[in-house]
Design a protein around this ligand. Structure first.
Ligand code: HEM
Length: 492
């Protein structure tokens, strides 16, 4: 009898369970929501060929025009949902950030170092982020102004008489050197600086190449260089420990850090984060600096106004004899707006990647678990509803603060760029010295006035000249002016 009662109760319970599950399924809106509009292209390759056979920005803009601010596609082997509205970017990156994890190809993750903060979520990410953010905060980087100035001056000196250079490549050397300053302060000796530079350059060359273990290939060389970088960083860490000189720079704070269980970071975790910061800092800043120089060069009147602002500071500093101060860098009002507008126009990080960790519903659309989700920063920053006449380079638009979540060159939310103040500071200091020490030699342009043209006649002046009239964009992988903006920097 007891067995019979048990069977009846169990049956009743399972019927109730099925009933509740079914009812929930009907009521749960996630089950009813449809996928966003869009096309998925061919099996497996999806729309990757369409993406790469044209300017990627045109690809996304034409999709947005056709399908609206949320659409699906299939690129680089993954189904994706693209989001082109400020609210959607905030949803993914800020308010519901825990539903979307950062995602990178495994080969890239291994190359940079799997413990680098940008691959992580949760406690480990917060611990690392606090350290990196604090060592790149305005309070910390204000002490770097003299070091950055000295790197700017030696960069300009090194360009003198080199003939035509690829500006982007030169700016990469510059941003790498500043990255080193931000990590090691002024504590790194010349031998280690050179070794890091040499091996990082090999890593950088192989980073975007086809992943294969065949000896002699760029990828294999990059893997070996990455190992050497670990050894070099380990030696630097050991030397600091022996001297009991941790320092207040990023390396020092990584070495001093303890988690809630009192556990220190391992040498490998420290190395991964150092390489991670160098990686995040180098091409981005170099590309932005190159764009800023191009936008300035293309607008002689604006350049003249920037020069007047910078010259006033130069004169106050006894024609550059006195060092630039932090306060002066905070008062370069026009130059600062030029940088903001360059960030908007170039939108070098056109979008970022996340992956849905569960099925998510947004505005009646379903984003399935495992799909990539990409907030399209560039589309938002070029939307005429938020930036009138968006293709026009107009720094004065930043006299009024942009609407929330419409200007995100450094991202937003838990993974927003901790290096944004440093990036702007190094560009400001570079422009200060460039326009005060070099006069642009303007090549014939339709919109030059007679007054502008007269500058071509200046004698005994250092010259800075963009060579050729390349108007295109190339992807390296960030967008940079065609051929890296060939230019000549010449002292008389
Ligand atoms: C103009 C130059 C730069 C631009 C446009 C830029 C842009 C960005 C963007 C958009 C993100 C967020 C990516 C995402 O949400 O997936 C990011 C993250 C990051 N950036 Fe930058 N960045 C620049 C320079 C720098 C510099 C100079 C440093 C360090 C010295 C740096 C360090 C980082 C780090 C460590 C992260 C990861 C943060 C995290 O995951 O919590 N960046 N950057």
């Amino acid at each position: 009898m007891a067995v019979f009662a048990y069977i009846v109760v169990m049956n009743l319970l399972s019927c109730m369970l099925v009933f509740f599950l079914k009812r929930n399924k009907i009521r749960n809106p996630k089950q009813r929501a449809k996928l966003p509009p869009g096309s998925m292209g061919w099996p497996y390759i999806g729309e990757t060929l369409q993406l790469y056979s044209q300017n990627p920005n045109d690809f996304f803009s034409s999709k947005q025009k056709r399908y609206g601010e949320i659409f699906k596609t299939h690129i680089l082997g993954c189904p994706c949902v693209m989001l082109a509205s400020p609210e959607a970017a905030r949803f993914v990156l800020v308010t519901q950030a825990h539903l979307f994890k950062p995602t990178y190809p495994k080969s890239k993750e291994l190359m940079i170092g799997p413990s680098a903060l940008f691959f992580h979520q949760g406690d480990y990410h917060s611990q690392l982020r606090k350290l990196v953010k604090s060592s790149l905060s305005p309070d910390s980087i204000r002490n770097h102004v003299p070091h950055i100035e000295s790197v700017v001056l030696s960069t300009l000196d090194s360009l003198d008489g080199c003939g035509v250079v690829n500006t982007f490549h030169e700016m990469k050397k510059f941003s790498f050197d500043i990255g080193i300053v931000s990590i090691f302060g002024d504590q790194l000796n010349e031998y280690y600086r050179k070794e890091l530079k040499k091996n990082y350059a090999i890593l950088d060359k192989g980073y975007n190449s086809f992943p294969t273990n065949i000896p002699g290939t760029s990828y294999r060389n990059a893997v070996l260089a990455r190992k050497r970088l670990n050894e070099i960083l380990s030696e630097i860490i050991t030397a600091r420990k022996e001297k009991k000189l941790m320092g207040k720079d990023l390396l020092g704070s990584l070495m001093n850090s303890r988690d809630e269980n009192g556990q220190a970071l391992t040498d490998n975790q420290i190395a991964d984060n150092i390489i991670g910061v160098l990686f995040a800092a180098q091409d981005t800043t170099a590309s932005m600096l190159t764009w800023t120089l191009k936008f300035l060069h293309d607008d002689p009147k604006l350049l003249e106004a920037v020069k007047a602002e910078q010259k006033a500071i130069y004169e106050t500093n006894d024609k550059g004899i006195q060092p630039l101060t932090w306060t002066q860098t905070r008062n370069m009002v026009l130059t600062y707006k030029v940088i903001l507008e360059s960030l908007r126009m170039a939108s070098i990080i056109s979008f970022t990647f996340r992956e849905a960790v569960t099925d998510v519903e947004y505005k009646g659309y379903r984003i399935p678990k495992g799909w990539k989700v990409k907030p399209l920063f560039r589309n938002i920053q070029h939307n005429p509803d938020f930036f009138s006449d968006p293709q026009k380079f107009d720094p004065s638009r930043f006299e009024v603060a942009p609407k929330p979540n419409t200007f995100m060159p450094f991202g937003t939310g838990v993974h927003a760029c901790p290096g944004n103040e440093l990036a702007k500071l190094e560009i400001l200091i570079f422009i200060y010295h460039l326009v005060n020490r070099y006069r642009p030699k303007l090549t014939a342009k339709k919109n030059l006035t007679i007054q502008d043209d007269s500058r071509l006649l200046f004698k005994n002046m250092n010259m800075w000249e963009v060579v050729g009239s390349h108007s295109g964009i190339q992807y390296a992988p960030f967008p940079v002016p065609q051929h890296g903006l060939p230019a000549k920097f010449q002292k008389e």
